[in-house]
Design a protein around this ligand. Structure first.
Ligand code: IPM
Ligand code: MG
Length: 371
């Protein structure tokens, strides 16, 4: 299979983690006789520095002309701390989501036994957590009218949803629930918000087409509590843009490390894959960032290409590194491995050079590289 991938390294640790994903994709291509071609594009603070624009037109073009986008991270503290900045790195990502019509953001949340000790939740509550968040990504308050009064004492952010915007993401969430444990939870604030009442109506109507999926409804404040108290109750969560932003960060800590979680943002004709962590500027260039969030995002990209065996192999490689304590500093601050070493191990696993648990000596050999 031949695929063209638009790479956007972005800011902070974006370049170094994304490079590991490219190495892993290249190993997959070699092993399974695929051809992946890459174009390299600017977005974020780095794009502002180089061109004055967080999302240059050439980047939009390259993404529109590719089969998928592999993205690193966005953001730079020099903009976060300046509320008066009119150009911000994040504008690039929001505009790209809109231009590519990436209306569904998919964030799987699952726990790993070997990382349980890092979870802020008690083992009995978090073990076996396995759910997926479907966050609407191109509507709602993020993209509504924004106004600041002339005297700058009043501000407005409008939240607008149409039935059609709700339907298209809801269909994807229902379809995924039907392939999983067949439970969909709509998270909203229908006791207060008109938009939430529209979400409920549309989802209730769609539910008739998905007889085998059980639907329940939860107010977002309660959901925020339930995700911590009993995350195992969830299978597929469907929610609007802003609620999804908030609860997906909340859910991300259950696994024990933010560095591990991947995401996919899909539309009808484009898809973008990125780790859910931010640009982590303090770690940039130090070779200490966790590349697994990016590598698992690349695995989601392989699934999107319908290369499911290849995607499973990458996930198996990731599980193998975690099981053998080949982990980065965020997971073990004492005995840790570098970003590049973890990437190399996964490349080797994918290339069949690490034949699983049977060659314990191979594993021990690698352990001698402890820094
Ligand atoms: C995310 C991020 C973005 C968002 C920011 C960087 C604009 O938090 O992808 O969740 O709010 O959507
Ligand atoms: Mg967010």
């Amino acid at each position: 299979m031949k695929k063209n991938i638009a790479v956007i390294f972005g800011d902070g640790i974006g370049p170094e983690v994304t490079q590991q994903s490219i190495n892993v994709l290249n190993a997959v291509a070699k092993n399974f006789s695929h051809e992946f071609n890459y174009s390299y594009n600017l977005m974020g603070a780095i794009a502002i520095d180089k061109t004055g624009n967080p999302l240059p037109d050439e980047t939009i073009e390259a993404c529109l002309n590719s089969d998928a986008v592999l993205f690193g991270a966005i953001g730079d503290p020099k903009y976060d701390n300046d509320p008066a900045a009119t150009v911000r790195p994040e504008q690039g990502l929001l505009k790209l989501r809109q231009r590519l019509q990436l209306y569904a953001n998919i964030r799987p949340v699952a726990t790993y036994a070997s990382l349980q000790h890092l979870s802020p939740l008690k083992a009995k509550n978090s073990e076996g957590t396995d759910f997926v968040i479907y966050r609407e990504l191109t509507g709602g308050i993020y993209f509504g009218k924004k106004e600041l009064s002339a005297d700058k004492t009043q501000a407005i952010d409008e939240c607008v949803y149409t039935e059609q915007e709700i339907e298209r993401v809801a269909h994807l969430a229902f379809q995924h629930a039907a392939r999983r444990r067949k439970k969909l939870t709509l998270v909203d604030k229908a006791n207060v918000l008109e938009t939430s009442r529209l979400w409920r109506k549309v989802v209730q109507e769609l539910a008739q087409q998905y007889h085998d999926v059980t639907v329940d409804y939860m107010f977002v404040d309660n959901a925020a509590m339930q995700i911590i108290m009993n995350p195992k109750q969830f299978d597929v969560i469907l929610t609007e843009n802003m609620f999804g932003d908030i609860i997906s960060d909340e859910a991300s800590v259950i696994a024990g490390s933010l560095g591990l979680l991947p995401s996919a943002s899909v539309g009808n004709s484009a898809a973008l894959f990125e780790p859910i962590h931010g640009s982590y500027p303090q770690a940039a260039g130090k070779d200490i960032a966790n590349p697994l969030g990016s590598i698992l995002s690349a695995a989601m990209m392989l699934d999107y290409f319908k290369l499911n065996a290849e995607a499973d192999l990458v996930r198996e490689a990731v599980d193998w590194t975690l099981k053998h304590n080949f982990v980065t500093k965020d997971i073990d601050p004492v005995n840790f491995y570098l970003t590049t070493t973890i990437g190399e191990l996964i490349v080797e696993y994918v290339s069949n050079k690490v034949p699983g648990d049977i060659h314990q000596s191979n594993v021990e050999l690698r352990k001698s590289t402890i820094i």
